[in-house]
Design a protein around this ligand. Structure first.
Ligand SMILES: Cc1cc2nc3c(=O)[nH]c(=O)nc-3n(C[C@H](O)[C@H](O)[C@H](O)COP(=O)(O)OP(=O)(O)OC[C@H]3O[C@@H](n4cnc5c(N)ncnc54)[C@H](O)[C@@H]3O)c2cc1C
Length: 311
């Protein structure tokens, strides 16, 4: 922000704001440079007002979810990082599906709601379709943006529509036919999601037996625990799987498990997890990722693309 704008912002914004806050606290990698301002928004009307204010002054902004797929560089983010909470944490069954009394059931979740809460809500209401997400950290907004998934399914498979807000504060609902889901990314037929904020998503679910849904969730959690390094700060898989192969397999075959740069390490348990073993800087992670890419390229001629969003 330009000199003076901080004061103006402090006068304008009545909600929560943290200045020059380390994003290490807001990233599962437990490292990250500072955000000039971190703002918690709790209502759609507030979000519209905030975007209008920022746009008018050309102040950069970025929305984050639970920080499970981001790495903020050491120089930090000069602008406003937006977190959605409050009314963005809701999960509701839409009236139209209650009345029908049969499948499918439409459930809407706010973008700030955690995936864990959504999965638990669906299980409690004996609604199947989200079990594949059990154990994936993050928010509904982040999961939509990343088209997160596991076990052969991704968010787009369960989506009926998403509700978005653009830079000018206009709200729109885009149904499934307007989405262009890709591997760990979501776009719209008409535009990129980069300039838009997901505020809510509606899922298409099926009534099921609660015990069976719970069993599937537990099974997925168990498989996850067996495959992934426990109690290590990471962003999950650091690189996308190249077509027809697995990034983890390539990194392992290049002999890189256990490779360290500073306090960042290629996990000995899962080669595609770059872990912070305590006090890693963003540069430690980035230089480790750089060497991994280079060495996989030298050995296999494949450039790995990061899945993690570097901010
Ligand atoms: C241990 C571990 C295991 C994981 N396993 C998996 C897995 O199995 N499958 C998988 O797909 N991922 C996995 N991940 C990655 C991560 O959990 C997902 O990508 C998750 O969906 C990110 O959600 P988030 O809320 O944390 O997003 P963030 O990390 O906060 O943000 C990710 C991106 O989405 C954008 N974004 C966030 N919220 C919004 C919004 N409301 N509107 C628009 N853009 C938004 C951000 O700007 C950023 O570019 C794993 C991560 C960890 C740490």
């Amino acid at each position: 922000m330009k000199p003076g704008e901080r004061w103006e912002f402090a006068a304008f914004w009545s909600g929560e704001v943290l200045w020059d806050v380390s994003m290490a606290r807001y990233s599962t990698l437990r490292t990250g440079g500072p955000a000039e301002a971190l703002v918690t928004v709790t209502h759609l009307a507030e979000l519209k007002k905030l975007l209008a204010w920022l746009e008018e002054r050309c102040i950069p902004w970025r929305v984050v979810g639970r920080g499970s797929n981001i790495l903020v560089r050491s120089k930090g983010f000069a602008g406003v990082i937006i977190q959605l909470r409050g009314e963005f944490n809701h999960v509701i069954r839409l009236e139209e599906s209650v009345e029908m009394g049969s499948d499918p059931v439409f459930v809407r979740a706010g973008a700030g709601c955690s995936v864990a809460k959504l999965v638990a809500w669906c299980t409690n209401h004996a609604l199947g379709g989200m079990e594949f997400m059990a154990g994936i950290p993050g928010s509904v907004g982040g999961a939509v943006r990343m088209n997160a998934g596991a076990w052969g399914r991704a968010m787009a498979d369960s989506l009926r529509s998403i509700i978005l807000i653009d830079r000018l504060g206009q709200v729109m609902e885009v149904d499934h036919s307007g989405l262009r889901p890709g591997y760990r990314r979501m776009e719209l037929a008409q535009a990129s999601l980069d300039d838009l904020i997901v505020v809510a998503a509606t899922f298409v679910l099926k009534r099921g037996r609660q015990r069976e849904i719970l069993r599937k969730c537990r099974e997925n959690l168990k498989k996850r625990r067996e495959k992934q390094p426990a109690n290590m700060a990471s962003a999950g898989s650091f690189f996308k799987n190249p077509e027809g192969d697995s990034a983890g397999r390539l990194i392992d075959a290049a002999g890189l498990k256990g490779l360290r740069h500073g306090q960042a390490m290629v996990s000995p348990d899962h080669a595609n997890f770059l872990v912070n073993i305590g006090g890693a800087t963003p540069e430690d992670i980035l230089s480790l990722a750089g060497e991994v890419r280079e060495r996989v390229y030298q050995k296999f001629g494949i450039w790995l693309e990061p899945e993690v969003h570097i901010i």
